[in-house]
Design a protein around this ligand. Structure first.
Ligand code: AMP
Length: 329
């Protein structure tokens, strides 16, 4: 059976981008594959969080994973720092990763530009840690959004390099996975690019109805089309993309028709979009609140996940040690 792995950094609540770009696929894949879904707390250390904040953020993502429908009986849900085997593999991969190629990664360049006072080695070696996360379970498929394509390319490169260096066919080359035929990019409400935590334009799964209405009504639009069937400029196209994602097709078609014949009223579209997002969020939000208050259950889930993940990781690591020429431990 093929293996699937994916993770999310605990740097805030999950938003619609995380859900439709990644978590929705996790829920479907858990029925068909051997799945590992983790909370990437080591990755979050590049931002130097406080200990209490890390604990809280890890619990948040765990409750949100469960609320979205990831079933701990089907998939291993674990916290990255509970699986120390990953770090040993990270070290081996770093010995074979070159400064030039790591410096060329777009996300590293962006982070280095945004935080010139904190260009730490963890940021530079983010792709090797991500590769270690994936190949420690010899994963075949990684459900991720479009924004992770370059990091996935690096993971394939490091897996290939290990195989070539030791003349083995040990690690599969992990493929990005999107449930629909192309990777999803959920846009933000501010008319620019993708929805994201750091972009400050996100709708969170835990947002209540009032918050959602407020955020959607503030979304950027324009003066409206003046010619029939004209192309939609980015802010408006983004609203339609969100409609396509959360609303029934008939709603999308209705507003699209109104746009095409120049009778559209963005206020009506936004009201409908907000109500459809609320309808989508409400049951998930209720489950998030309920799981969040059950710490003993979450503790049990994390322990069970760590056990499954360590079993798989130590098996890989023993073989890696043997391939490299070290004793197994
Ligand atoms: P992050 O929140 O950046 O740690 O991303 C966690 C996961 O959510 C990754 O698989 C991303 O590809 C996915 N993701 C984050 N934002 C978006 C977005 N706006 N559209 C699609 N996928 C996203």
């Amino acid at each position: 059976m093929e293996t699937v792995l994916s993770g999310i950094r605990p740097t805030g609540n999950l938003h619609l981008g995380n859900y439709f770009g990644a978590v929705k696929s996790f829920v479907k894949l858990q029925d068909e594959y051997k799945c590992f879904f983790f909370i990437a707390d080591w990755h979050s250390l590049t931002t130097h969080p406080k200990p209490a904040d890390i604990q809280q953020s890890v619990r948040t993502i765990l409750a949100e994973y469960l609320a979205c429908g990831i079933d701990p009986e089907k998939a291993a849900i674990y916290v990255q720092s509970d699986v120390p085997e990953v770090l040993e593999l990270y070290l081996y991969l770093n010995m074979n990763a070159y400064l030039g190629e790591l410096q060329r990664v777009t996300t590293f360049k962006e982070k280095a530009r945004k935080q010139p006072d904190n260009i730490n080695a963890g940021l530079l070696t983010y792709p090797t840690l991500m590769a270690a996360d994936i190949i420690i379970h010899r994963a075949d498929k990684v459900p991720v959004g479009k924004d992770q394509e370059q990091n996935m390319e690096m993971a394939r490169r490091f897996a290939r390099r290990f195989n070539q260096m030791y003349e083995v066919d040990f690690f599969p080359e992990p493929a990005s996975f999107a449930y629909s035929d192309k990777a999803v990019k959920v846009p933000g409400l501010d008319g620019s690019g993708k929805m994201g935590k750091s972009e400050g334009n996100a709708i969170y799964l835990v947002d209540d109805a009032t918050t959602i209405r407020k955020k959607v009504m503030k979304a950027v639009t324009d003066a409206g089309p003046t010619l029939p069937n004209s192309e939609k400029p980015e802010p408006v196209a983004n609203l339609f993309t969100l409609l396509e994602i959360v609303s029934p097709k008939s709603t999308y078609d209705y507003f699209n028709e109104q746009y095409n014949n120049c009778s559209i009223r963005y206020g009506d579209l936004k009201k409908q979009l907000a109500e459809d997002i609320i309808a989508f969020n409400t049951p998930i939000r209720e489950r998030i609140l309920s799981y969040s208050s059950d710490l003993p259950y979450m503790e049990r889930v994390a322990r069970m996940g760590a056990e499954k993940a360590r079993e798989s990781a130590s098996k890989t690591l023993n073989e890696v040690r043997h391939i490299i020429g070290f004793r197994s431990c």
